[in-house]
Design a protein around this ligand. Structure first.
Ligand SMILES: [Zn+2]
Length: 128
């Protein structure tokens, strides 16, 4: 939001998705997070970032990277997703093209949120 952190991604998204999990909800400040899936090697970040090291109930780590200046969430890097990571789609400069093709943790979706037409529904994470 403040522009102190910039990044480029050197590939097209592997997938686009909404995450309804109990961690994305508070972190996004909304009912779900809106992400793209990319390979970790595809992103180059410039500017200082901060990381919240989120140890989830399974004991696995989820690094939630954000801008320390304005607090905007940037990426989610989870042990469970291997060489794949998520980038928060709201932080992409031009994201008019964005359309979710899957939804994760749909059993935790809030009742007033309708499934996205055509989006594959996953009870947890998709297989990586
Ligand atoms: Zn999530």
């Amino acid at each position: 939001m403040c522009g102190a952190v910039r990044y480029t991604i050197a590939e097209k998204p592997l997938a686009t998705g909404l995450c309804h999990c109990n961690r994305c909800r508070p972190q996004s400040g909304s009912a779900f997070s809106t992400v793209i899936f990319i390979h970790r090697s595809a992103i180059t970040i410039t500017g200082e970032t901060a990381v919240f090291d989120d140890i989830v109930s399974s004991g696995l780590r989820v690094l939630r990277r954000y801008c320390p200046g304005c607090g905007s969430p940037l990426t989610t890097e989870a042990d469970v997703t291997g060489d794949i990571m998520f980038v928060k789609a709201g932080s992409i400069d031009s994201n008019e093209w964005y359309q979710p093709d899957l939804e994760m943790f749909v059993t935790r979706r809030r009742p007033w949120v309708s499934p996205v037409t055509g989006a594959t529904q996953f009870e947890g994470n998709p297989e990586f």
